[in-house]
Design a protein around this ligand. Sequence first.
Ligand SMILES: C[S@@+](CC[C@H](N)C(=O)[O-])C[C@H]1O[C@@H](n2cnc3c(N)ncnc32)[C@H](O)[C@@H]1O
Length: 294
Amino acid sequence: MAARSRWKLLQSMILSSSNTQHNHNTTNIIQSPSDNSDINILSQISKRKHQGFNLFSRQKREEEWFIYDLYDHVTLNVRIKIPRAIDLKTTFASEYSGFLNTGNICIWPAEEVLGYYCMKNENLFRNKNVCELGGGMCALAGLIVAAKCHPQSITLTDGNPDCDLFLDVDMRSMQMLWNKDTVYDTKYDIVICADCTFDKETHPHLLHVIRSILKKPPLNDKSDKSMFILCAPHRGDSLRAFITLLESINEFHVELLVKYDDKIWQLHEQSLKEEQEYYDRDTHYPLIVCASWN
Ligand SMILES: C[S@@+](CC[C@H](N)C(=O)[O-])C[C@H]1O[C@@H](n2cnc3c(N)ncnc32)[C@H](O)[C@@H]1O
């Protein structure tokens, strides 16, 4: 099923379910990585039974707040606001219904993988100005970059102005809607993004943003590489379509990394074996795409 129609179906099921469930005082209708209740609406449609690779251990501190262990005694307080039926009802009814709300459902597995990948490639970020696009509910990967990778600056963005990341983050965060008719002035050395390519209609807009904000290195210094790093599962032919678009403009050197980390690859193979019923490589194994200016 095409991503957009699957999302529409999910949306209508959530709305009708929220009516029923609300009458029975049941609030949590969505399964998220931090909420293991077995609610099957989302999993039926989006295969959310796979909970990601759990690359960071996480403890609930208090309502909506979680402590992520980022290894080496570094921890991160993250607010994960699990949507309740009533919230979803208002959210889906809002003018931002549709794809913009996918970021307020949960932290998608690619976001956690992106954070882990960044942490493991910390040298790419040291003293760099970094921007995360489409960070969703808390821009976890951007927070991990801030906590572990010594960037010069980090800017967390999403197109949805109702994103919770704007409420809680004690660092630069802003609404950034991808639109090919908008002029974007600020430049960044590294731009990161997770699970944002599943809607092919947004691809030209996303590409425009990347071309606008990714700093071009000075002509005489090719060593100072700026880079766009995307982490996303195939999701049908959507990732391939985005890569083709990136390559088609002949401005970027594009690399697709499939086996980019031993631990993640091992967990992927384990999930293929042990979660056969619901682990789907196409939906759940995020790949890394790196693009730098030619
Ligand atoms: C599947 S979510 C991924 C969120 C987060 N990166 C994660 O993986 O958990 C896609 C994100 O892209 C954002 N998005 C979709 N279309 C957008 C647009 N045109 N401009 C800006 N953000 C957009 C949504 O608001 C949403 O947060």
